[in-house]
Design a protein around this ligand. Structure first.
Ligand code: SAM
Ligand code: SF4
Length: 329
């Protein structure tokens, strides 16, 4: 699949649920109305769409949400998708998770062929963790990360940079990840979805974070790329890399290789644009024929936009109305 700007689309992110056991302040409002079950693709339908994409050249799948591991029987999907690894067209099966269910699922994920995963963790302070997530149990997350490592999974920590909330903790996070051999990525807040409070107050440009880190750590620009939007530096003291994902201060769209499927079967060609394609209709109208589904995918890729135009609005309105938990991170 090649889009109008010559970019090869090889990476599909799939949100398998909009639900979550946490309510991170920057991601969701305290009270959320979730989708009715009938609107969701079944696990079989999700498998079918993923297969259609792999048949068309997708090499990497990332399962996300909402919290993917709270979807009922989610291991059924991982098991099926895992069969496309090892010569079935898929190079990597991975997920983004808040780690609350990892203690339970890590061994099975590894058995399905998952090798690496991203864990979202914004603080190392248990009380602060509860405040940011509005309900999370920090110890459970620590147990989840330990279980993932014990199962041989490579863990990358994703930390959203939040001014006045966790900006005094980055040195500690770098040291903590360094001691455990974990990679770390900082993410700028993106203006997505109504979260019941403004974002300008907590928006922290990563250029500022980087300048501050350079006062404590020896940072060297790295040429390392993972095919994603992160730019990396190497930390001489820990020997590890830190990534920076800066959707607002740096345009990373030129090399975009991905599209995103929601749990209702809507395909977003860009995280920062509203245009989308309905794949559920051809999927359900033709249960035994992937032709129309394949055509709908082609038509969608043919109108993948050049890039996003995120901006933190002065009036605190989200630039994109849907929450991150709809399209997945
Ligand atoms: N529940 C899983 C988790 O938290 O890892 C997966 C879904 S979550 C929506 C994926 C990622 O999006 C997380 O790393 C989260 O921190 C990030 N995220 C959510 N809302 C965001 C926002 N408004 N700006 C930047 N990152 C956001
Ligand atoms: Fe849930 Fe992930 Fe959003 Fe936090 S960031 S509320 S864990 S979906």
């Amino acid at each position: 699949m090649i889009d109008p700007f010559g970019r090869h689309i090889t990476y599909l992110r799939v949100s398998v649920t909009d639900r979550c056991d946490l309510r991170c302040q920057y991601c969701m409002a305290e009270e959320m109305t979730f989708l009715p079950k009938r609107d969701l693709l079944t696990l079989e339908e999700l498998d079918r769409v993923c297969r259609a994409f792999v048949a068309k050249g997708v090499r990497k799948l990332r399962i996300t949400g909402g919290e993917p591991l709270v979807r009922k029987d989610i291991m059924v999907l991982f098991r099926r998708l895992g069969r496309m690894l090892d010569g079935g067209g898929l190079d990597e099966l991975t997920l983004t998770t808040n780690a609350t269910q990892l203690a339970r699922f890590a061994p099975e994920l590894a058995a399905c062929g998952v090798r690496r995963l991203n864990v979202s963790l914004d603080t190392l302070d248990p009380e602060r963790f509860r405040a940011i997530t509005r309900r999370g149990d920090f110890d459970r997350v620590m147990e989840g990360i330990a279980a993932a490592r014990a199962a041989g999974l490579h863990v990358k920590i994703n930390t959203v940079a939040l001014r006045g909330i966790n900006d005094d903790e980055y040195d500690r996070l770098i040291a903590w990840c360094g001691e455990r051999g974990l990679d770390l990525c900082f993410i700028e807040t993106m203006p997505m979805g109504d979260i019941g409070a403004g974002r300008v107050d907590h928006y922290l440009p990563l250029s500022v974070v980087r300048e501050r880190l350079a006062e404590t750590w020896t940072l060297r620009d790295s040429t390392h790329r993972t095919g994603g939007p992160a730019r990396y530096v190497e930390v001489a003291e820990t020997g590890r890399r830190i990534g920076f994902i800066t959707p607002l201060t740096h345009n990373f769209c030129e090399g975009c290789n991905r599209v995103r499927l929601t749990c209702t079967g809507t395909l977003y060609m860009c995280l920062g644009q509203e245009d989308a394609a309905d794949l559920r209709a051809p999927l359900r109208a033709f249960p035994n024929d992937d032709g129309p589904l394949s055509e709908a995918i082609d038509a969608a890729i043919a109108r993948k936009p050049k890039g996003h135009d995120f901006a933190i609005d002065r009036d605190n309105r989200p630039a994109i109305a849907r929450h991150m938990s709809v399209t997945g991170g």
